[in-house]
Design a protein around this ligand. Sequence first.
Ligand SMILES: *[C@@H]1O[C@H](CO)[C@@H](O)[C@H](O)[C@H]1NC(C)=O
Ligand SMILES: *[C@@H]1O[C@H](CO)[C@@H](O)[C@H](O)[C@H]1NC(C)=O
Ligand SMILES: *[C@@H]1O[C@H](CO)[C@@H](O)[C@H](O)[C@H]1NC(C)=O
Ligand SMILES: *[C@@H]1O[C@H](CO)[C@@H](O)[C@H](O)[C@H]1NC(C)=O
Ligand SMILES: *[C@@H]1O[C@H](CO)[C@@H](O)[C@H](O)[C@H]1NC(C)=O
Ligand SMILES: *[C@@H]1O[C@H](CO)[C@@H](O)[C@H](O)[C@H]1NC(C)=O
Length: 355
Amino acid sequence: MAIPLILALLTALIISIAANPSPVTFIFGDSLTEVGNNNHLRYSLARSDFPFYGIDYTNRKPTGRFSNGRTISDIISEKLGIPSPPPYLSLNPDDDVVLKGVNYASGGAGILNDTGTYFVQRLTFDDQIGYFEYTTKVIKKKIGWQNGTSLLHNAIYFIAVGSNDYINNFLQPFLPDGQQYTHEEFLRIIDMKLVEQLTRLYLLGARKMIFLGLGPLGCIPSQRAKSSTNQCLHHVNEWVVQFNSKVQKLSKVLNSKLKKAQLIFVDTYQDGIDLVENPTKYGFKVSNISCCQVETRVGGLCLSYAHVCNNRSEYVFWDSFHPSDAANVVLADRFFARLYAPSNSSTNSSSNHME
Ligand SMILES: *[C@@H]1O[C@H](CO)[C@@H](O)[C@H](O)[C@H]1NC(C)=O
Ligand SMILES: *[C@@H]1O[C@H](CO)[C@@H](O)[C@H](O)[C@H]1NC(C)=O
Ligand SMILES: *[C@@H]1O[C@H](CO)[C@@H](O)[C@H](O)[C@H]1NC(C)=O
Ligand SMILES: *[C@@H]1O[C@H](CO)[C@@H](O)[C@H](O)[C@H]1NC(C)=O
Ligand SMILES: *[C@@H]1O[C@H](CO)[C@@H](O)[C@H](O)[C@H]1NC(C)=O
Ligand SMILES: *[C@@H]1O[C@H](CO)[C@@H](O)[C@H](O)[C@H]1NC(C)=O
């Protein structure tokens, strides 16, 4: 029953991507998709505007991307044939450039407002939506209400958020959420907040929203380091699977409640697991430690004095949180494969859908 609906939505989305070769894209998220907003937050501790970040990026320059090269959103933009949208805070917010798409993502950001508070400054998902709201006003002022509304309805909204609600909130023993709530309670809070946020985006004109599910966070080097034998943390992965399932259900509910919503949840969890468990299948050699040798217990980012591995394409992880450029290429490929092959990505969720 739900499958035809999902198929119809996907078909509509894919047709619109095909019909509109350079879609305007608005990106929301965390360090997995940030392209430099935090460089403009003077006191933010969640930043990557120093070497060796960007060592494989254009001109080998750090840009504020949490990667040795490109982020997954850069690669997805490349595949869509559009330039990666610029960071909102680098723009004059009233300039014409906002008509071509904006990236609001910010390292340390979460769905919940109190996620990542110890980074001092970051744009939470609420903050990002707030800036987007301003952008919608600028767009309508520039090209008129009707054309602006049409631009907003036809744009693609790429949303990748939630990892920090675990890494930099629920999983941190010194923050209240992990102590106060069971995981089930925590998920309920996330669910309510996300419904509010996605509805707000919808009311601002977003229709074609793609939510990228979480990867196997229990297998990122910073989490493995908590295991005495450097293994993936299974309970963390189980929580991630529950999160993904929750957001998938929520997407279905919102699509039926909000008449014109085309919210699509793309689950690449299994792909992440496969990449970590069978790195050689994808041309990698190492997936259990990061290329940049970081002290996972203090920070986990790749600092300027760290030792960097010889061949960065052999490592799935760049630092103890983020995939390498090479791994992002694989993940972006899998993302498109899932997006264009809904029968596969919905296989597991179909049981959830058919209740
Ligand atoms: C979000 O959290 C900050 C503190 O980090 C607080 O000052 C602010 O009022 C909160 N905003 C909302 C909408 O809860
Ligand atoms: C809106 O779009 C139409 C068709 O593309 C165009 O003729 C018109 O000038 C636009 N209006 C504004 C205010 O830009
Ligand atoms: C990483 O995995 C390899 C096998 O692929 C193993 O030999 C090595 O000991 C592991 N390293 C750590 C730190 O877990
Ligand atoms: C680096 O690793 C990749 C993937 O294993 C391989 O294709 C490439 O030849 C290596 N480059 C060098 C310089 O060893
Ligand atoms: C779809 O699933 C089949 C069987 O599990 C698999 O062989 C195929 O590679 C999958 N296709 C995609 C695009 O994931
Ligand atoms: C469905 O879930 C099971 C267990 O979680 C997993 O082993 C399997 O690969 C999944 N299938 C797909 C198509 O994602």
